[in-house]
Design a protein around this ligand. Sequence first.
Ligand SMILES: Cc1ncc(C[n+]2csc(CCOP(=O)(O)OP(=O)(O)O)c2C)c(N)n1
Ligand code: SF4
Length: 301
Amino acid sequence: MSEPLLNGMAMGPEDRSDPILRSGNTNCGGCGMSVGLQMLSRAVSERPVQMVIPACCGIVTAGPYPYSAYGAPVVASTFASAAAVASGLSHVARLNGKNTRVICWAGDGGTYDIGMATLSAAAERNEDILYICYDNEIYGNTGGQRSSATPLGAVTTTTPAGKTVGKKDILAIMAAHGIPYAASISLAHIDDAFHKLRFAIDCHGFRFVHMLAPCPTGWKSEPGDTVALVRDAVSAGLFPVIEIFDGTRTVINVEPDFSDAALDRYFGGQGRFNSDVMNRDDVDAAIQKNWKRLRLLSGPF
Ligand SMILES: Cc1ncc(C[n+]2csc(CCOP(=O)(O)OP(=O)(O)O)c2C)c(N)n1
Ligand code: SF4
């Protein structure tokens, strides 16, 4: 019997040779999420995968049925249920003796906010799934409302004067569940990202990967600057590139140089920050405080 028709093409989860993100998709030019999907595609390679994507730009990417810009089977879930749906699919695969890797692909709104209950529950049960959050620091698909990933000072449609509180530390929150693997990856450090994605795809138990994914539309940045913005965020120490094993062992993968120039380029390259709210001294202090904590966590036991 032939495989069922999935996403407009005959494709069983054991037989995939397409890139995960096909050309001709409708994502905006310079979308960081698109770059992330291409990285994921390389890391997945020929492995059988099942994607679960809640409401977000990433599910619009698929396009109208029966066609799809995804070269992998995708289940569209509600915001609140992505990690629960993925958990169920992972159990079904195991019961059927399949090695299908189940991957949740979700934005920060679906991760930090609306999907947090089932995400936390799946992590607590140590479900065998990989959850990847592409963090564009807003609800991008609905026009750019603030999420709890939106940084201090960022102007969004619901924080017109600039957000007055900073973003949650999602990696620390997920690592606190004691999951086998939690990591942040940078779109500008492709070797590091590739190896960590490969590791996260192949290992078992609950794995969480966080990527900063610039959104030129919402960040009011140049589409061609997407990767450079992430490089500057990493250099300035704003976006630490690290991995945390079993909720305890922390490894710093990329050393920032904490340069003012990188911080200037990062903020100067975007039109979304209100400098009246985002005092530069406060940003410097927050970076230093976070790195002091990371040095302690990554030091010898
Ligand atoms: C329960 C619920 N509330 C609101 C919406 C409308 N909605 C669809 S996508 C979206 C934004 C998602 O933001 P995020 O998860 O950060 O992903 P992004 O759009 O930025 O890619 C919203 C609010 C919805 N689909 N379901
Ligand atoms: S709105 Fe932002 S995240 Fe959504 S497709 Fe466009 S650039 Fe990508």
